[in-house]
Design a protein around this ligand. Structure first.
Ligand SMILES: [Zn+2]
Ligand SMILES: [Zn+2]
Length: 307
């Protein structure tokens, strides 16, 4: 692995444990959710693929079915909706804990339903994006197969065999394995989706909870960007989380300095990348919403009460 690749692994690696996961007592609960939903999404993606390229159908019927990918994703929707409920509740509970540690007792239980409803709306949009990616990958695989002069019926047989017995897909369409739930070296699309979406809905729940708390208490509350205090954090997340990025990677620092330097903005505002040396410089001035900032980002936000 080159040094440059190594730089990115704290934000991306599935099993990486932060040296000092700042203010995040629920880290292990999130990891557990990620593992559970990785399996669910991978299973759901396989079923979605098999239904979208049915066996015992003509090539024309297969082409028509492959356009209906969204309709074949009931299990995807179910996994996403479970994930949103679980990550949303964890976010709400974490917000309560965070307020507790800074001396504000605030019961968010009466806003649960509204927060979760807002998350569900965002979830429908996310599902559309995920299906859009799946659809693009499937259509280009079908195209490649047909360009090779082969019948889609043969492809549908190969897909059924892969899903049912694990027999590898032909090289020409091998990318379908990765796109639709296959696991290789511990990596899978299900893992990408699970980690990214747990981060998204956990942080959305935090952000909405902070807004509710601000409204109810009249306090001005802002949010601070938190990343792992680790040399392997990526050049997008490290400077926002208060780590200096040198040409070689992120430079771990004290908790105090990470707290002081982590970017803090209003609850509806964007984080603006401060730049940095090496790869971090390319992001200078770009604005980012609450994490995830990229696929498999695991950064968080914490509340900051302005006094
Ligand atoms: Zn990152
Ligand atoms: Zn990140």
């Amino acid at each position: 692995m080159s040094r440059r690749q190594a730089v990115y692994t704290a934000c991306f690696a599935p099993t990486h444990k932060a040296v000092d996961s700042l203010d995040d007592p629920n880290d292990e609960a999130k990891r557990k959710e990620e593992r559970k939903y990785t399996r669910q999404f991978n299973d759901a993606l396989k079923k979605q693929l098999q239904r979208s390229v049915p066996t015992d159908a003509t090539d024309a019927e297969i082409l028509a079915a492959s356009q209906q990918l969204a309709q074949n994703g009931a299990e995807m929707v179910e996994a996403m909706s479970d994930l949103i409920a679980a990550s949303g509740m964890l976010g709400i509970e974490t917000a309560e804990d965070q307020f507790g540690t800074i001396g504000i007792a605030f019961d968010l239980s009466f806003v649960n339903q509204q927060v979760l409803e807002n998350l569900r709306t965002a979830g429908i949009q996310e599902m559309g994006l995920i299906n859009g990616t799946s659809n693009k990958r499937l259509q280009s695989a079908l195209q490649a197969w047909q360009n090779d002069g082969r019948s889609l019926q043969d492809l549908s047989e190969a897909i059924a065999q892969w899903v049912e017995s694990g027999k590898p897909l032909p090289t020409l369409v091998r990318s379908l394995e990765r796109s639709f739930g296959g696991v290789r070296n511990g990596k899978s699309r299900g893992l990408d989706i699970a980690v990214t979406e747990v981060t998204r809905f956990f942080n959305k729940a935090l952000n909405e909870s902070y807004k509710q708390a601000s409204q109810e208490t009249g306090l001005t509350i802002e949010m601070r960007f938190v990343t792992a205090n680790d040399s392997l954090v990526c050049p997008i997340c490290a400077p926002l989380g208060g780590l200096t990025f040198s040409g070689d990677g992120a430079v771990p620092t004290s908790r105090e300095r990470q707290k002081a330097k982590g970017q803090t903005v209003g609850l509806s505002d964007k984080f603006v990348h401060p730049g940095g040396k090496g790869a971090a410089g390319t992001y200078k001035g770009q604005s980012f919403g609450i994490p995830p900032l990229h696929v498999r980002c695991r950064c968080d936000i914490v509340p900051v009460v302005v006094v």
